[in-house]
Write a protein that binds this ligand. Sequence first.
Ligand code: FAD
Length: 404
Amino acid sequence: TGSVIIVGAGHAGFQLAASLRQAGFAERIALINDEGHLPYQRPPLSKGYLKGTGGPETLMFRPDKFYQDNKIDLITDRAQAIDRNARKVALASGTSLDYGHLVFATGARNRLLDIPNAKLDAVRYLRILDESQALRDLIAPGMRVVVIGAGFIGLEFAATARAKGLEVDVVELASRVMARAVTAEISEFSQSRHSAAGIRIHLGVQVTAIEADGGKVTGVSLSNGTHIPADLVVVGVGVLPNVELAAEAGLPVASGIIVDEHLLTADPNVSAIGDCALYTSKRFGGSLRLESVQNATDHARCVASRLTGKTEVYDGLPWFWSDQGPDKLQMAGLTTGYDRVVVRGDRAQGAFSAFCYRGDKLLGIESVNRAGDHMFGRRLLGAGGSITPEQAADASFDLKSALT
Ligand code: FAD
């Protein structure tokens, strides 16, 4: 194979480097890192880190020594151009690296708001450690924050901000929270919990402008004519995959860097993994681009296997979690295209799961404070199994009996 150069040291890039060494890969590994920190975990940025007091070191996958011990060249730089004929990566610092195999693990970046005053200092985003740190240092009791977007990150931030004593409004264009990702059952439950915590949720409306006075944010205007006063605006309206470097190198890209079921691009010397990769899914048919730790790390393990001689089709089972206030949401499988939802557990008690079916086939399970159902779903669906809607609905049915 020759040297492996990994562009991007997030969840996917870090895991690939670690898994390669674990599998006995003996040649050079360079991990190009354009953030000013050792590779770190992203999920706590909108959860525990935002709430807590620990320093950045609490987020790191591994200490510095790990990279030295495992001969992983962690290079603080940015990949700027790829020459696929010469197999070279040009870095922003002016140096260049030769590769035998190149892996894009470039992740995604915040989608930016394009409305009046969106560039003011009090309009913030939440993707990288520096942004989370800045928000953590900034938020204080009594401050008024408007969160734009009721996706996972927006709601996680909102719950944390509220718990810290801020006045919180969430504005969402869709008619329910997390509409893109979860069933109405979970959306409604989540919305009622956030409302009960004192968060005001505005659905079916758009923020049309940030209002400011002499550069200081004073609030936001909504498409329905309402004005919400605010000192701070936090934007969580999704991400854009970082595909430009691959596209400039002449590789096919669409809503991600296009890779096949082995996570290989059109060039046999180039792979793409994690948030940036639009992959051909054997499990679901068609192409998928997912944004999750599971997807990033399982992609990485699959490519590490291939580069150490064990080629296999990528077939990971998607799963995801989100912590919002006291509630733990967990998803197993992909629920797109469901036509029936069966609830197991007790919504009123705040612990239930939505089993999503197409016909009699279980597609996925979304759980709220029901970790057992989630783990069951990962095992069952991972093995290609299903249970009937009647079994799912029957509280006395022993889920474990369906696992062989
Ligand atoms: P990233 O982690 O984005 O890493 C890509 C890296 O590549 C970045 O450091 C980027 O700066 C770098 N890069 C890009 N271009 C270049 C270049 N040209 N040269 C060098 N470096 C470059 N997922 C879950 O499953 N559960 C959760 O609870 C959850 N919570 C989240 C909370 C937050 C606040 C965020 C932002 C994400 C969360 N996610 C969660 C999603 C998860 O973190 C991502 O899916 C995961 O980080 C994807 O890993 P990745 O390596 O593909 O991309």
